[in-house]
Ligand binder design. Structure first.
Ligand code: HEM
Length: 445
């Protein structure tokens, strides 16, 4: 640490530090502060935060020097009481054990086997849309992605219970909203947001416990290996049977996957449709590709690699509207980052929202241009979102992660693009909004 200096601190106001500007317009404030240095120190009531916006340094935190960091305080507090025993909220050896327990459900072949089902479910969903309908796209996409995920990969029948999951996701997002005054208060103070959170999470807990009880008693029928591969429920229950996972770990991991798996994908698809509605030329070229690759049929897992333009639409959407707009870590020891001193216990925030719109790394960063992904692009570390896995990675697990995250989105876009070509004009209105995740506001007449 010798020779390390303190990072610059942008101007703030007495007592509230940078909190006031942040609560007024988080993204504008973060982008402005990022201009002052690749690492800056921000002061919020009760805590200092180190914001890192240089891709090589982000790579150091998330990958090369990952041992010196753990999950950020904000993430731990957000998941407190709902995912305490899940991969999303644990660290170190426990996190590794949980990830290993889940791994059999996320193999390349396993995920591929669910691909066809995803396209069929999407087709069934969009058939309900009539020409001229005005749709709340976010609500539509949430129901769709929840079914894509739950009915296939997870093996949970959510029909009729969708609101139990989406209400809990909304309560989680509201609780984590950094602009909310209550985030500065201890969680046991019963603010309306905390009370809503407790109610929604209580319902989801009961629901997940019932699902697991039905599955383990066989009442749901034998859903094991519906496609020759185990779904997440079977994998979790088998791990509990072997004594590898506790009941709480099984419950919290299923809860975490229900929430983490549907919401980000729904937000991505919603923004994709928003941008496609503003770029008819991209929509045309997408429809051409879909017609050439899948014709009148439905896309299957084997078409994933051939739907290049479709994948680029998803990537470009993730660049401009990353559903989680920052990744947070806490330093477990003092480290030097880019010549700056980061003390042990410091909170480190890496806002992909800012990095993805930085003209140093992207040409014309504010423009939605999926074709930029067809050529050599300079990408940021973690630009696509998942927690980096710094351990020796076999090609298998990184391929299945890629397919697992992208397949549902790509298939859903392909199916809707095919329908759009024949029936609709694809127009959509929407306005940018954000809370703890990047979310569009509901379009109005
Ligand atoms: C567009 C889609 C998605 C985006 C943008 C996204 C983004 C993220 C981000 C930013 C994290 C936290 C990374 C960190 O703190 O290091 C994360 C973690 C996670 N996501 Fe996703 N995600 C998406 C889709 C999914 C899907 C479909 C699933 C499940 C099938 C999923 C399951 C998880 C899990 C289990 C974690 C915790 C992983 C760990 O800590 O080991 N995500 N995701």
């Amino acid at each position: 640490m010798s020779g390390a200096k303190r990072p610059p601190t942008p101007d703030g106001v007495p007592l509230l530090g940078h909190g006031l500007a942040f609560s007024r317009d988080p993204f504008d404030a973060l982008s402005e502060w990022a201009d002052e240095g690749e690492v800056v120190q921000l002061e919020f009531p009760g805590q200092s935060l180190y914001m890192v916006t240089e891709p090589e340094l982000i790579q150091q935190v998330l990958v090369e020097n990952h041992d010196a960091f753990t999950i950020g305080r904000q993430q731990r507090e957000t998941f407190d009481g709902i995912e305490d025993d899940a991969v999303t909220a644990t660290t170190g050896d426990r996190w590794r054990r949980l990830r290993t327990g889940l791994h059999p459900a996320f193999t390349w072949d396993g995920i591929r086997s669910f691909g066809d089902g995803m396209a069929e479910r999407t087709a069934a969903h969009v058939t309900r849309w009539e020409d001229g309908d005005r749709l709340d796209l976010l609500a539509e996409m949430r129901t769709l992605t929840l079914h894509l995920l739950a009915d296939t990969l997870l093996g949970v029948d959510v029909e009729g219970d969708e609101d139990v999951v989406t209400d809990a996701a909304d309560a989680l997002v509201a609780r984590a909203d950094p602009r909310r005054f209550g985030t500065l208060l201890p969680g046991w103070i019963p603010t309306p947001t905390e009370r809503r959170f407790d109610r929604a999470v209580g319902r989801l807990d009961d629901y997940v416990a019932d699902v697991l009880a039905d599955r383990s008693s066989g009442e749901e029928g034998d859903r094991d290996e519906p496609n020759g591969h185990d779904d997440v429920c079977s994998v979790l229950l088998a791990a509990r049977e072997r004594g590898d996972l506790s009941t709480a770990e099984v419950q919290d991991n299923l809860t975490a996957l229900l929430l983490a798996g549907h919401d980000s994908s729904a937000v991505t698809l919603t923004y994709a449709w928003y941008e496609l509605s503003r770029h008819p030329e991209v929509r045309e070229s997408l429809a051409d590709e879909v017609e050439a690759v899948i014709g009148d049929g439905l896309p299957g897992a084997d078409d994933f690699e051939d739907l290049g333009r479709t994948r680029h639409v998803v990537r470009e959407t993730l660049r401009l509207y990353p559903p989680a707009w920052a990744v947070n870590r806490e330093a477990t020891e003092a480290v030097t980052l880019g010549g700056y001193e980061i003390p042990s216990g410091a909170q480190v925030m890496m806002p992909q929202w800012v990095v993805h719109r930085d003209s140093r790394w992207w040409d014309d960063p504010e423009t939605f241009d999926p074709s930029r992904w067809g050529s050599e692009v300079r990408r940021t570390s973690n630009a696509s979102g998942e927690r980096s896995e710094p351990r020796g990675d076999d090609g298998e697990s990184s391929r299945s992660r890629r397919l697992g995250r992208g397949a549902a989105d790509v298939h859903a876009i392909a199916v809707v693009a095919a329908r759009d070509r024949h029936r609709g004009d694809g127009s959509a209105d929407g306005v940018m909004g954000y809370t703890s995740s990047t979310r569009p506001t509901v379009p109005h007449d």
